[in-house]
Ligand binder design. Structure first.
Ligand code: ADP
Length: 512
């Protein structure tokens, strides 16, 4: 990934700053990839769906069909769970030790790295994100994530605990078993890595349902996993729709845990299904409406850069998007003017042409949803300074849009838009902004821009969010835990904390 200077200094941290096109990947041909019919991956084999049904996956830049994909449903989920159960209880996986799992995870990371260009192309083709982002951001973060969790695979351990009496008491951190994982379409490969990394490091087996909009790369990575030697049944990928394949997985009686990333409303359905079936363990990474707060004493240009990236990156399709941008009154006008000029110059177009920074939204449905929010902003009286419409009539491109005069009660200030729509609001005092920032059902991320250390720390303590960025935005690292307060989720992904989501603690007490 093209590291910025600060990032190089920060070492491991991957700052999601869009790299400047350097000519090397100036124009990449997507036409070179033709994707055949995709089967699902169950028990170490690529198979058709039991029903024989297939669905289309589309190229969001054109609306054209990329290929047909086998459509999984309850019967396919059943087969995948059976394969995962067998691998967990009696297959070679059940006898494999941490160092062997580490070796396999490292081999998978190597294979992904070796196929980085092809995977980045497939990701951009299916999702619409600029190829340079897939290549320079999504793929390196994925490789790092697998290497990071490979490092944990032989370090998952319990404690020896002194208890009263003549006993030896110790804990074992055991894999939970068969893990169902449901992921969204905004970072298809990276979300897979966040889920597979800790689950496999801890010794679980997985059944993954990728999003119906973006199933291709998960199947390609399943093939790589098979080739590097993951035993049959350890990894299974069943593409299909949420209410069918997704629901079958979350309500399955033989799935021990479900890990989900997606909308809050869907997360509630997943949790309900888990509760109504076998009380499987649940971890959820859900929506957000993150406050990004700029104080007058901040480095304004850095704050503009960070807020711009924090909202428009990935076509605004980020659960952490800084969609409530609060700017202190005394710098508000200057900030709005500069930000508007920047948004106006943002280039929207072909994901495979490095001249463009922004690709299409993932689907017609998402584009319509975003345009609907823009309409509601206008109707509710917010003032639109730029953008507001679709770009062209081919594909699902939306103009970078900025609203001011936004009131907290407006829909655009309360609900997750998941598109390139920024609301810039004004504030006067620190206490006022803490209250406004926290007045939301979400609590995924927040950011503060200031040169005053005391102010930065006071704000970081006061903000109710799983991640608080200070003078930066969208800094992710496989070692840094990520997840939400309130209705933004349950549990943490990444870092050491992720291991607790994929292990059961067993207490053993031995009479001496
Ligand atoms: P979005 O609306 O952005 O697509 P979702 O939360 O609906 O977000 O989708 C995230 C993932 O959840 C996708 O893989 C989707 O298929 C899946 N999903 C949708 N509905 C359900 C459901 N009822 N049960 C389980 N998974 C679901």
């Amino acid at each position: 990934m093209a590291a910025t200077k600060t990032q190089a200094k920060a070492g491991n941290s991957a700052k999601l700053t869009r790299p400047v096109a350097n000519g090397k990947h100036a124009k990449v041909s997507s036409g070179a990839i033709s994707v055949p019919y995709q089967k699902m991956f169950i028990g170490g084999r690529f198979v058709d769906s039991v029903s024989g049904k297939t669905f289309e996956t589309l190229n969001p830049a054109t609306g054209n069909v990329i290929c047909q994909v086998a459509e999984g449903d309850k019967a396919d989920i059943d087969l995948a769970v059976k394969a995962a159960r067998k691998a967990f209880e009696s297959g070679p996986w059940s006898k494999m030790h941490g160092p062997d799992r580490a070796r396999l995870l490292n081999k998978l990371a190597d294979a992904i790295e070796a196929n980085r260009e092809e995977l980045a192309k497939l990701e951009s083709l299916d999702n619409g994100k600029p190829y340079s982002d897939s290549f320079n951001i999504d793929l390196p973060l994925t490789v790092k994530c697998f290497r990071y969790f490979a490092g944990w695979a032989d370090k998952v351990m319990g404690k020896t605990i002194p208890i009263e009496g003549d006993f030896l008491c110790y804990t074992r951190h055991e894999p939970i078993g068969v893990v169902g994982q449901i992921i969204p379409w905004n970072f298809p490969i990276l979300m897979l890595a966040w889920k597979w990394g800790p689950a496999l490091a801890c010794g679980n087996t997985v059944v993954l349902k990728p999003a119906e909009q973006t199933p291709i790369t998960a199947l390609r990575i399943a093939k790589l996993a098979h080739e590097v030697g993951f035993p049959a049944g350890v990894i299974n990928v069943v593409p299909g729709y949420g209410p069918t394949a997704g629901a079958a997985l979350s309500s399955h009686m033989d799935v021990d845990k479900i890990g989900f990333t997606g909308e809050t409303t869907t997360g509630k359905l997943v949790m309900t299904a888990a509760a109504q079936s076998n009380l499987k363990r649940v971890s959820l990474e859900l929506g957000g409406k993150s406050p990004n707060i700029v104080f007058a004493d901040a480095d304004i240009d850095a704050a503009i850069e960070g807020a711009y990236f924090g909202l428009f990156f990935n076509q605004g399709q980020c659960c952490v998007a800084g969609s409530r941008l609060y700017v202190e009154e005394s710098i508000y006008d200057e900030f709005v003017k500069k930000m508007t000029a920047k948004a106006k110059s943002r280039k929207v177009g072909d994901p495979f042409d490095a001249a463009f920074e922004q690709g299409p939204q993932v689907s017609q449905e998402q584009m319509d949803k975003v345009l609907g929010y823009i309409d509601s902003g206008k109707k509710e009286g917010a003032k639109m300074l730029t953008g507001g419409g679709r770009v062209g009539s081919n594909g699902y491109f939306v103009e970078p849009t900025i609203f001011v005069d936004v009131k907290e009660e407006m829909k655009i200030a309360r609900e997750e838009i998941f598109g390139p729509v920024m609301s810039i609001m004004k504030f006067k005092h620190m206490d006022e902004i803490i209250e406004r920032a926290n007045k939301t059902m979400f609590g995924l991320a927040a950011a503060v821009w200031t040169k005053d250390v005391k102010k930065a720390l006071r704000m970081s303590n006061a903000l109710k969010a799983g991640t608080v960025w200070v003078n930066c935005y969208d800094v992710f690292d496989a070692a840094a835990p990520f997840g939400g307060f309130k209705m933004s989720g349950i549990g943490r992904e990444m870092g050491e904390y992720a291991l607790t989501q994929y292990t059961e603690v067993k207490t053993v007490i031995v009479a001496m």
